[in-house]
Design a protein around this ligand. Structure first.
Ligand code: FAD
Length: 497
């Protein structure tokens, strides 16, 4: 452990020197503001600082290594938390990460975005009388230390058991790919975007989850032998049937929720309602109304230089109203402030007790200046001759109180009211069925198989509780279902020969 602390000190000094040179470089060579990006680069700063080695070991020493660990019970993927914390305590970081990786393909992600206060940390016995062990931050530390220093390398299993296609490289697809690859299957991922990660890449903002962290997790999966085909839209460029024709034994669909929900709100122009009758203007026709996931995606693409700032019609200084009160609404409202909007109000038609956002996310949004208007809804949108929003009418109806009607200046509205799966793959595949809400129908045996033989699905697309770790939990079970199915089909073939 002593050696580790010395190493850590040297590492920290070099890191600070690097940062110092980097700042000088920025001062002299980087223009203070590029018109193609955001003026406010606070957007890129990660909010929570990482532990140093000494801090991590000190925190790990608080763990009681309980015989019946409640933290593990609280973790949807049953991460062996006390065991890896025990290794961390001793400075055995290689062992610690190996224990974590046995259950998780996304440790650096889970360490940052899981709802720890509801899961592992929420169940830690130390939390009953005091502070629970900061498990999320410790997991993040171990995972980052491992990839920064390339500590561990997995033995790559021989790919002899079969060939699996995975559609979608979000948390569910990555989990299925990683687990099946370890079990000896040759896995190929087909992802429609240029970059992998799904919501991790294009939804959760950089300041909560740096994209380099996601890229590192993807690189790890590729090192395990998983082949990734980017920019490949299944249902458009290729189909499920054509994948079977290419010789895949089974196919996994982990395409998430790519169709955000929208609202229709009456639109008024020069004292006349223009959202009714012939030539009606809809909310989707107004460029200053955005769906939260589309907004977050654009912010991400602009901040990385893939899109110009003027392609996002949310101006600096704008007054923004975000409808909805889940984590997506928190990300959209905080991102709006970070790109320079002057005021952001979250509109929610119920009270704080029923919001689906995590308390910590809500607290951070309040700290950063987001205003919350409970029991409220927008009843009218007022636009000028260019269809730019000028005002909204806000109706507030608190229980047992008189209703209040306010006309407020506004420039943009962002809808963050949920999403459902797209239907492109269902429409292009015979025998594949979804339910009334577009979720794919699956069965329990073999776990995760859809109504089409050999096609499996998991994660958000089947209507799981929409969090990263629940998508992973489901995908892990589906991976076992796929392995059972492929083995059984091969065995039957041998028997029938
Ligand atoms: P996704 O992450 O949606 O991945 C689906 C992948 O499939 C994408 O890469 C997509 O491009 C690809 N795809 C779709 N259709 C096709 C096709 N036809 N062909 C090829 N590829 C296709 N959860 C948390 O636990 N913590 C958080 O802090 C959190 N914050 C969130 C913030 C936002 C803004 C949002 C929208 C969600 C958040 N969630 C959070 C929820 C979490 O991100 C999701 O539950 C999780 O990503 C679901 O994983 P998935 O693999 O099922 O789907």
């Amino acid at each position: 452990m002593h050696l580790f602390l010395i190493f850590q000190e040297i590492f920290n000094i070099q890191y600070s020197l690097f940062n110092f040179h980097y700042s000088l470089f920025n001062i002299f060579f980087v223009p203070s503001h590029s018109k193609n990006s955001f003026r406010n680069m606070r957007f890129k700063e990660e909010i929570n600082e990482s532990y140093t080695m000494a801090e991590a070991i000190k925190e790990a020493q608080r763990c009681l290594h309980c015989k019946v660990p409640q933290c593990k019970k609280g973790c949807p993927i049953s991460n062996d938390i006390p065991d890896w914390i025990h290794e961390l305590k001793k400075g055995n970081l290689g062992n610690a990460i190996s224990i974590i990786r046995a259950k998780s393909n996304l440790p650096a992600v889970c360490g940052r975005v899981c709802a720890h206060e509801k899961q592992c940390e929420g169940n830690c016995v130390l939390g009953k009388k005091g502070e629970p062990v900061n498990i999320g931050k410790l997991e993040r530390f171990v995972a980052d230390f491992d990839s920064d220093n390339e500590l561990t390398h997995e033995d790559i299993a021989e790919k002899t058991r079969g060939k699996i296609a995975v559609i979608g490289a979000g948390p569910s697809g990555i989990t299925v790919a990683g687990d099946l690859s370890r079990m000896g299957f040759a896995v190929e991922i087909f992802e429609m975007e240029a970059q992998c990660g799904g919501v991790l890449r294009y939804g959760i903002p950089e300041y909560r989850l740096p994209k380099e962290v996601v890229a590192r997790e993807i690189r790890y999966i590729e090192k395990m032998g998983v082949v990734i085909h980017r920019n490949t839209h299944v249902g458009e460029n290729i189909t499920v049937e054509s994948l079977f024709a290419q010789g895949f034994d089974a196919i996994f669909i982990g395409t998430g929720l790519s169709k955000p929900k929208s609202l229709e709100i009456p639109i008024w122009q020069n004292g006349r309602c223009i959202s009714e009758g012939e030539g009606a203007v809809k909310c989707s026709d107004l460029k200053r109304i955005r769906l939260a996931t589309h907004f977050l995606r654009r912010v991400e693409l602009i901040s990385e230089g893939f899109m110009n700032r003027d392609e996002l019609p949310v101006d600096e200084g704008a007054k923004v109203f975000v409808i909805g009160c889940g984590n997506t609404a928190m990300d959209a409202s905080r991102s709006a402030l970070r790109i320079g909007c002057s005021a952001v109000d979250v509109i929610y038609n119920k009270g704080i007790d029923t919001m689906s956002a995590l308390r910590a996310e809500y607290d951070d949004a309040v700290k950063e200046g987001v205003q919350f208007r409970w029991w409220s809804s927008i009843s009218e949108i007022h636009v000028d001759d260019n269809l730019d929003i000028t005002e909204i009418v806000l109706e507030t109806q608190e229980p047992d109180k008189e209703p209040v009607r306010q006309v407020l200046p506004a420039n943009n509205i962002i809808f963050a009211i949920g999403a459902i799966p797209a239907t492109r793959i269902v429409r292009s595949t015979s025998g594949l069925e979804n339910d009334d809400h577009n979720f794919l129908i699956t069965r329990d045996v073999p776990y995760g198989m859809t109504t089409k033989k050999g096609v499996f699905a998991g994660g958000d697309v089947v209507g799981r509780q929409a969090t990263v770790v629940h998508a992973m939990q489901d995908a892990k079970q589906v991976a076992l279902g796929i392995a059972q199915y492929v083995d059984a089909v091969k065995l039957l073939k041998i028997i029938n020969e």
